[in-house]
Design a protein around this ligand. Sequence first.
Ligand code: FPP
Length: 252
Amino acid sequence: MTNAAAPATDVPDRSGYPLHVAIIMDGNGRWAAARGLPRAEGHRRGVEALRRVVRAAHELGIVYLTIFSFSSENWSRPATEIGDLFGLLRRFIRNDLAELHGNNVRVRVIGERDDLDPEIRRLLEEAEELTGANDGLVLVVAFNYGARDEIARAARRIAQDVARGILKPEDVTEELIGARLDAADLADPDLIIRTSGEQRRSNVLLWQAAYAELVFTPLYWPDFDRAALEQAIDEYRRRERRFGGLVARTRS
Ligand code: FPP
């Protein structure tokens, strides 16, 4: 028999939890350099950290988890490193997709796809198609993503619609612009975490993160784990979000 008056000590308090957490996974190269290892090994260990964190996010009841895996600015890296990162993405999708699907994870991809290698594009589409009906954690993979590029693409589509007479200039509102961004149906991020001690946004979700809380951790990404995620969430829960008003609110 259960005692209704007894405190439910085994049930974690999830009040004030972020719905959408976005992570800038930084420091793979420095993690490797500190150990005298090649940068590729840092990225490989970064994928292991990613697996841990996706599992933790799922267990913690986070609804959207966005990860920045390759930015539009990363093309300036040496070709060998770009090849390593693309290889890791291919392997991540080939090796982990079945498990993600089995865990009811829905994969969404944001970023410019048109100039990607057709094989990579097909893998990303397959991941979205296979998991499209899942209703668990939404894993948003930002690949070939840059927020300014995302906003420019949305503006171009809106301009085309205005030129064709489908839209009038006065139809261009904040809501319309938001609706033309990649994965417009997702909630705005509540919390952005950046690892490795860098304290920058670096062209991520510039529109959607207008009111996101930023948490920075000195940990290099390969060392990030569930405890670090919980610590960042605890810090987020201590913040008072006012969205430009005077009264603390939980969501806009
Ligand atoms: C930053 O480390 C990390 C990246 C550029 C990419 C993140 C990629 C992964 C975690 C692995 C790939 C995963 C997928 C799913 C593709 P950095 O190289 O900028 O590190 P540094 O600043 O110390 O040099």
